[in-house]
Design a protein around this ligand. Sequence first.
Ligand code: FEO
Length: 392
Amino acid sequence: MQLRKIKEQIYWLGAIDWDRRLFDSLIPLPDGTTYNAYLIKGSEKTVLLDTVDPPMTDELMAQLEGVDKIDFIVSHHAEQDHSGSIPRVLERFPKAKVVVTPKAKGMLIDLLKINENTFVTVEDGETMSLGDKTLKFIHTPWVHWPETMVTYLEEDRILFSCDFYGSHIASTDLFVIDQGRVYEAAKRYFAEIMMPFRNVITKNIEKLKEYDIRIIAPSHGQIYDQPAWIMDAYRDWVMGAPHNSVVLPFVSMHGNTRKLVDYLASGLVKHGIRVELFNLALTDIGKLAMALVDAATIVVGAPTVLAGPHPLAAYATLLANALRPKAQFLSIIGSYGWGGKTVETLAGMIPNLKVEVLAPVLCKGAPSEADFEALDKLAGAIAEKHKSNNFK
Ligand code: FEO
């Protein structure tokens, strides 16, 4: 893909990774991704904003062939999908300086062994003149690591946001065209890497309020030339109240836990609650993460195996604990054969979740009438909690 013009003096460079299906050996990327870099040719200085993932470096270097100088490389984020090609760019443009937050400098030295004399560190709010264009660096920690920052191009009112507001979609669209598709991908992206840092991201969103942002140019996915909707979506995901919904990740070995799950789901629906089921033996874990963005309650369906929770249920519980969703209630249901410590083990895996644990329902073998009655009570208790909290 060739270098593409966004506006006069401002270009997209980068790579479209159509084939990538997993990030960090953990996060599913069903639609691939892009690594976006940007070039700004000021009247005096030329700046490259971020680079690309190392396997795509040749593509970036080919795009830079006709560029006669780079004075600065702004590295918003030390993670290698954006910083990994900096050493190659420095080989080609040895006089370029790498502009980073103080924290990113140490991380890039550790990760890429870049010479420390190459760096220029910038404080929060510091500006840099390129002649007829001005960059303002805004520190925005935890979108996605502690060292992250964004850049606001004052004259053009463009926010170069790196991971912030990004989405994993491989596409030749330079700008967002299919808003529904990008909403889903951006929500998945938020759920998987941003959700744990909601409190800090709230501060970053507040900080950006004072800027007139006409375009958001992220480092993954397409550019937002109408950014209001994605900024509104982030406000809802980060600060909005939980929805009147229950997420039900489960696994079933011989069908008994499944009977509990289906019965509970049906009971919750009767109470007017939205339910999303995720069979952990089949599901895309990213879909589960997305559902966790809004849900008020999580119910884990876990059969007992080898005296503890089924490992897939334990994995989903650990993941929920790591993602720190805004859910306020949690319960556990499942079938066991003769005994075990499923509830105790799962309950011990969620220290990060600020949830009230509602009475679990465990049945011996196939569920009995008494077990179904207990599920009726659990559905009623969840409905009461949602109602009293006015979850919509
Ligand atoms: Fe796209 Fe946190 O790197």
